[in-house]
Design a protein around this ligand. Structure first.
Ligand code: ME8
Length: 683
């Protein structure tokens, strides 16, 4: 760091050793030998590759954000990281969806894969590789693995009969169905009987059992591991690994009438990314994967089929498969098949509008909320209200406000220059101890994938720093002429904040960058490493701070109510209070022409309108069904309240309101005479 040069002569030995490790390379000096060998530490983490049958939603964002935070943390800790995500593009489900949308499957896949990539960019996902299963590099690997199992005698031709759920792309036994429907999606299953290739899963049952028993860390959390164990103990059946009734898949290399079963195709993506069969050095370095993060519904594929397939091909299984829980919304699973969707980008934009924060900061708040709210591994119910509470209490108050009250004090008492601390007192030692413990605790929690715990620990440090500042009260120290002590208190508060900022940077990359800019430390946050968080009093005194706007401006509850509530019909006949003419003039009422209208999917009464209000076309969401159909409205002149705060209605942003009369369950739109142009003022 720039500024002042100081020696760390008294750093404890253990810390010095850890620092050596953290740059990602350890120098091992053999006794009596002079050569120095370097060992690089790698970390390979994956998300599932997502189906492209529909655009991404917050469930996909959850896994991907979690993986991103872990990957960023590992980079911070000096690891050479490979973080992969991607899309799963073959199978009957994708083929059907593409046809239903009137395009060929490849075109459809390109479109949706593009949407995933765009969302990941917006959510600040730092993936190193985005794999698509339609890429030639992957098709070669899937075929090679299939062929290898065939040559081993693990794949044979037979007839498979069973119930198939196209949503899961999976076969079920009669006994596994729930009321005759898919146990995961609750959807009807299809009876299939076809000639195909089968894989001898049953042959590997004992090997897998032993592997899981001998490697308790292989499947986590523990409750999920027990489920997998009892599933394997109950007996594995051979698995159908090819299909012949449709074409949208990777051809079986030795039988062009069959395509490889989509799950076999999909799972092999993890070794394609690592360079299998194409870049031996890369494969040696990154395989086995350190963690496959998955949702709990696809754990069996990853913890049973995948290790067996690898073992049959002579490849080591991944080190860990971690299954997290499901997000629900009002107790219903958020998923494409239930139709309950939360669009993370809409949510970020709404949060940005509500708070006035920049959208990247709002994205950070969502990233933080998802990981903090629910212990990683458990289910959680999504609620706007809890999101706002976390935003205000944790981010605006504990984190943002700590900075916003410290920097002005530095300005006021020390001309905006971070002062040199004086001799340490007990409470200074205590803050230092907390900070150093927290760094270790955060690292440990990330290693155990206790992401919520890692955040709790950072907040333990922020809590201690806020309390330290309150109790240290530099403002009264200055009043009593104790500037030196005030300098120490302010310095140490900023120091704790600096450490918390480094630790929080993987979760909130944008907000922490903004905070770092305000701290004024010349070395950018991106260049900080975990070892920098372990250096107490690493903040260079003499630094000129640059106080700025609050990074997480508080959200007012009133504004929230307007945004998250669905449109409620106004009740007629109510007494209303009088307003002045000036108050009325604050309403921007204009003539608008409805250019397009369509029903909001998944709702009974909502229409989404595109309304020309003169030089601008606005989106309005209104509950006009069954009084009007979409066709009734196109071309109509209506009256629009144009300066109503935008609000989120079922994932669509409504940018205004149209006026209508209501009586006895009837609704009539307000229209105008003489066809004025769109934008004409109504007063
Ligand atoms: O299963 N809560 O793809 P998919 C939490 N292509 N996580 C959720 C979620 C929710 N409500 N909804 C989805 C597939 N997810 C296969 C994977 S891998 C070789 C092939 C996340 O598009 C979670 O990670 O159905 C879940 O496992 C994944 O999205 C399912 O995505």
């Amino acid at each position: 760091m720039g500024g002042t040069v100081r020696a760390f002569a008294s750093r404890p030995r253990r810390e010095a050793f850890v620092l050596g490790l953290l740059r990602g390379r350890v120098k091992l000096r053999g006794a009596g030998r002079s050569e120095v060998s370097t060992v690089s530490r790698k970390f390979y983490i994956t998300t599932p590759i997502y189906y492209v049958n529909a655009p991404p939603h917050i469930g996909h964002a959850y896994t991907t954000i979690a993986a991103d935070v872990i990957a960023r943390f590992k980079r911070l800790a000096g690891y050479d990281v490979l973080f992969a995500t991607g899309t799963d593009e073959h199978g009957i489900k994708i083929e059907r969806t593409a046809r239903a949308n009137g395009v060929d499957p490849k075109e459809w896949c390109d479109r949706i894969a593009g949407e995933f990539k765009q969302l990941w960019e917006r959510l600040n996902i730092s993936y190193d590789d985005f794999i698509r299963t339609t890429e030639p590099r992957h098709e070669r690997v899937a075929q090679a693995i299939f062929e290898r199992a065939y040559r081993n005698g693990d794949i044979y031709k037979g007839i498979y009969e069973g119930w198939y759920c196209a949503s899961c792309e999976s076969f079920y036994l009669e006994s596994e169905l729930v009321e005759g429907k898919c146990p995961v999606h609750g959807r009807p299953v299809e009876w299939t009987a076809e000639e195909c290739y089968l894989f001898r899963l049953s042959q590997y049952q004992d090997w897998l059992l032993r592997h899981i028993e001998e490697h308790p860390e292989f499947v986590e959390p523990e409750s999920r591991r027990n489920e997998v164990l009892s599933f394997v103990r109950s007996g594995l059946l051979d698995l159908a690994v090819s299909r012949s009734t449709f074409k949208w898949g990777i051809p079986v290399p030795f039988d062009p009438d069959q395509v490889i079963y989509v799950w076999i195709d999909a799972l092999t993506n993890y070794i394609t990314v690592a360079g299998y069969g194409q870049d031996e050095e890369r494969f040696q370095k990154f395989w086995p994967a350190d963690v496959h993060l998955v949702g709990k519904e696809i754990l069996r594929f990853h913890a049973v089929i995948w290790p067996i397939l690898l073992h049959s091909a002579g490849i080591a299984p991944p080190k860990k498969v971690f299954a997290h829980g499901w997000w629900t919304f009002k107790e219903q699973k958020i998923s494409k098949s239930t139709g309950v969707l939360v669009d993370p980008w809409d949510l970020a934009q709404a949060l940005a509008r509500l708070s006035g924060a920049e959208v990247g900061v709002a994205v950070d708040a969502i990233r933080y909320f998802l990981l903090r709210e629910v212990p990683f591994g458990q289910d959680g119910d999504f609620s706007d209200d809890n999101l706002i509470t976390r935003f205000n209490a944790d981010l605006a108050n504990d984190y943002g406000n700590l900075l916003n009250r410290t920097l002005p004090l530095v300005e006021r008492y020390f001309q905006g220059v971070v002062p040199e601390p004086g001799p340490a007192e007990d409470r200074d030692h205590l803050l230092r101890e907390t900070a150093l413990q927290v760094v270790d605790a955060v690292e440990g929690a990330i290693d155990r994938l206790e992401l919520h715990r890692a955040l709790q620990e950072i907040w333990r440090l922020l809590g201690a720093a806020n309390k330290y500042l309150d109790e240290g009260a530099p403002w009264s120290l200055v009043r009593r002429g104790q500037e030196r002590r005030a300098a120490t208190v302010l310095y140490n508060t900023l120091e704790a904040f600096r450490i918390a900022t480094i630790l929080l940077s993987p979760t909130c990359p944008t907000a922490t960058r903004r905070a770092w800019e305000q701290l004024g430390i010349p070395v950018p946050l991106e260049e900080q490493r975990l070892e920098d968080a372990r250096k107490w009093q690493g903040f260079p005194w003499g630094t000129r701070v640059r106080p700025g706007k609050p990074i997480f401006p508080r959200i007012e509850r009133e504004a929230v109510r307007a945004v998250v509530e669905e449109e409620q019909p106004q009740k007629g006949g109510e007494r209303v209070e009088e307003i002045s003419l000036d108050e009325f003039k604050r309403l921007d009422l204009r003539v608008g022409i409805v250019r397009e209208a369509k029903r909001v999917p998944g709702t009974e009464k909502l229409l989404e309108l595109r309304v020309d209000i003169g030089g601008e076309v606005r989106t309005l969401v209104t509950g006009l069904i069954p009084h009007y159909t979409a066709e009734d409205l196109v071309g109509k002149r209506i009256v629009v309240l144009a300066n109503l705060q935008p609000r989120q209605v079922r994932g669509v942003t409504s940018q205004g309101m149209l006026l209508a009369a209501e009586w006895d369950n009837e609704v009539a739109l307000l229209t105008v005479e003489k066809d004025p142009p769109p934008g004409a003022k109504v007063s």
